[in-house]
Design a protein around this ligand. Structure first.
Ligand code: COA
Length: 272
């Protein structure tokens, strides 16, 4: 499918969705929400893609919700406002969070407000050291609505969240790494190569094991201890069936044959 607000590439097992409204700092317009909903569906079932990277074109990751097209222009159309609001919550709050493949936010530049929920929903995040970020809502007399407040509680220490949400102060990629909003920050010139290297490292792992890693972590967060243990046990049975026992025959089998040491590296490096 052809998209106007997105670019999709698949290379070396890695799909990249680039938000592509650089003249508007990749602010998320109603059209972008509609297209992202479809694009995530496409990548989900694209067998070539084992890992998904989300990023932005030009000097921005995303400046958050399109303040004009969403908050102003849809004000007179409550049904459409509700439809877009639902799509916006769904693709960031659920679809990416529970995406069956690992996801990486590549924060290449401006990242404000609602764009924080994309970064949070991804499993991993790498930022340019000089990327500008901020919970800017308070600066325009709003507060971090939608899923922003709830999702930030998953990542940030309350002190850090409150500082940035109550002041709206911008911070850079280095600071984002210090407070745990992203995994690490690298010079802008190295961002793509570093992120692709991380994605390739993950793409070389067993696809079912990657999915189970995500699902047992994310879904068990909301469970009590006993339910989580039971769920995790059931996931082992699902995994065994899905990968036809490869973790025993190849994973453990090749360790016992001395072909590699799992403590020091992956099965992809096992001697033939
Ligand atoms: N919604 C709609 N349009 C936006 C936007 C947003 N969130 N963020 C930027 N734009 C538009 C600007 O209005 C401008 O459009 P124009 O060229 O038609 O006038 C264009 O993108 C470029 O932005 P500009 O402000 O000129 O770029 P800058 O580099 O000087 O500043 C930002 C970039 C991101 C710091 C600044 O645009 C900004 O503060 N945006 C709002 C961020 C925000 O509060 N987002 C939270 C939304 S939940």
């Amino acid at each position: 499918m052809a998209y106007e607000t997105l670019i999709i590439d698949v290379e070396d097992g890695i799909a990249t969705i680039t938000m592509n409204r650089p003249a508007k700092k990749n602010a998320m317009s109603p059209q972008l929400h509609r297209e992202m909903t479809q694009a995530l569906e496409d990548v989900r079932y694209d067998d070539r893609a084992k890992v998904l990277i989300l990023t932005g074109a030009g000097d921005s990751f995303s400046a958050g919700m399109d303040l004009k097209e969403f908050f102003i222009e849809l004000q007179s159309n409550p049904a459409e406002h509700d439809r877009i609001h639902r799509l916006a919550l769904e693709w960031r709050g659920r679809t990416i969070r529970y995406f069956p493949k690992p996801t990486i936010a590549m924060v290449n530049g401006n990242c404000f407000g609602g764009a924080f929920t994309i970064v949070e929903a991804c499993d991993l995040a790498v930022a340019a050291e000089d990327a500008r970020m901020g919970l800017s809502e308070i600066n325009f007399k709003m507060f971090p609505g939608g899923t922003v407040s709830k999702s930030m509680g998953n990542l940030l220490r309350p002190r850090d969240y409150m500082l940035y949400a109550l002041t709206g102060r911008p911070f850079d990629g280095r600071r984002a790494a210090e407070i745990g909003f992203v995994n690490y920050a690298v010079p802008r010139a190295e961002l793509r190569d570093e992120t692709m290297a991380l994605a390739r490292e993950i793409a070389a792992k067993d696809a079912s094991a990657l999915q189970q890693t995500k699902e047992t972590f994310r879904f068990s967060l909301g469970m009590d201890w006993d339910t989580a243990m039971n769920y995790s046990g059931a996931k082992v049975a699902e995994h065994e069936q899905r990968q036809k026992d490869a973790f025993r025959t190849e994973g453990i089998g090749d360790f016992l044959k001395g072909k590699y040491k799992p403590g020091l590296g992956g099965h992809e490096h096992a001697k033939k």
